[in-house]
Write a new protein. Structure first.
Lengths: 114, 114
DNA sequence: TTAATATATGCCTTGACAGGAATATTCCTG
DNA sequence: CAGGAATATTCCTGTCAAGGCATATATTAA
């Protein structure tokens, strides 16, 4: 997982753009209009998003229609999954701990498992 | 999904810290040593991560052991899932398109579905 | 309390980045 | 080709954030 993706999404307006494009591909002007932003800033943000591989544009007449790209999102998904073992491991540890406590209670009430 | 989480992970060193803590909770000094960073910077980064709810510290003697928190990761997971309909919808559209093409070929070869 | 260890904070400087406004560029239409 | 529409780029400015370094704070131990 590279930091570029996170950086691209760390800017509020860029995040809004991504969430808007989640619905459907849109040309620059539409994005600017819907998000009440100025066209140049939208173009700049799209440049960053594009550089991060999050969006891609396709020309339609003079318009540039921007569309989300699945790849980075899949990468994020994969990255997130690498954390799952962490949580499960801790769950297991907790579970084992609870089992010990229970066993200790049964065996000699009032004592504590080391 | 709030932009704070993204911001916290958009800094390369912070991302490294998170990935390091994925293995196990660690005190500040250890983090600094393993990532070859200076202690003050590590503390600052941990402050940001902590503020974003990504980590939490627990005192052990003079040491502060930092540990990942699952919540934000679950939020990320949820957020990512909101994009799934987008991809499937496009898959469906593509599928439908292909079906049309195929039907058109069968019906009148050489024509094009509008 | 003092010394030592571990961490947090404060200040400073520098670089990156976002918005504003003007302008350049590209593409379509007549 | 001229004009217009849509988008990209440039320059400028202010703000924010990260690293370096010194120092404050907290906790333990003697």
């Amino acid at each position: 997982m590279n930091a570029t993706t996170w950086g691209a999404l760390s800017e509020p307006n860029r995040l809004r753009i991504v969430e808007l494009l989640r619905g459907q591909p849109l040309p620059v002007g539409e994005i600017a209009a819907r998000l009440l932003m100025r066209q140049p800033q939208v173009s700049k943000h799209l440049k960053v998003l594009s550089h991060a591989g999050l969006v891609q544009s396709r020309p339609v007449a003079q318009k540039h229609v921007y569309e989300l790209q699945p790849q980075p999102f899949e990468d994020l998904e994969l990255w997130l999954n690498t954390f799952r073992p962490t949580w499960s491991a801790r769950m297991d540890a907790l579970e084992a701990h609870l089992r010990n406590v229970k066993a200790a209670q049964k065996g000699k009430p009032g004592s504590k498992s080391r």
